[in-house]
Design a protein around this ligand. Sequence first.
Ligand code: 2AM
Length: 170
Amino acid sequence: MRLFLALIPPPGLRKRLGALADIAHARCGGRRMPDASLHLTLAFLGEVEEARAAELAAWVRGLAIAPGVWRLDRWGSFRRPGIVWVGGDEGEAALGRLQGGLWSSLESLGLGERPARFMPHVTLLRRAAVDDLENMPAIDLSWSYNQLELIQSTLDERGARYRRLAVSQG
Ligand code: 2AM
C-alpha cells in the first residue's frame, strides 16, 4: 500500500485553507484538493508491504513529536506538475528538524527513501496554470500542531483518496 506521514490541519484551519483553494482554483483551474485531503507531507514512503505497514503504524502510535507552530503566509508553485501551494518561513526550520528526525527513524526501520530536499507546503491545486499566480490575496494563517498521521493513499480515476491508519501521541 502507498503510505505517507503528514500533519493534518485542525478543522478551522482546514476550512480557511479550503477557502484559499477556492480562490486559487478560480484563478488557476486544475484539480482542487478536497478539504478533507489537505495536509503537509512530512515523509512520502511509497509502496509498503502490509506487514511493514502494521509495524510502521505501531511505531507511529508510540511516537511523540515536538509541538510547533507554522505560519502560512506565502503562495507558491511547482511548475512541472502544476501544483499551487501555500507555505511560510516562520516555523519552517522546526518542520525541517521534524522531517529530518523522522527520516532517521524511517531509515533505521528500512523504509522509504529520504528526499534530497524538503520544502514544506500544503498543496491546494494540481495540474493548475501556475503562471496565473500573481497578485493573489495576502495570507496569514497559523498552524499549531502536535501530532502526525500515517495515511494510506489509494489512487482511482478521481485522484487520490486518503485513509488515516495511525496517529502519533497527542
Ligand atoms: P504533495 O505533498 O506535493 O501534495 C501523498 O501522495 C502525498 O505525498 C502528496 O501530498 C504528495 O505530494 C506526496 N508525494 C506523492 N508522490 C511523491 C513522491 N514521489 N515523492 C515525494 N512526495 C510525494
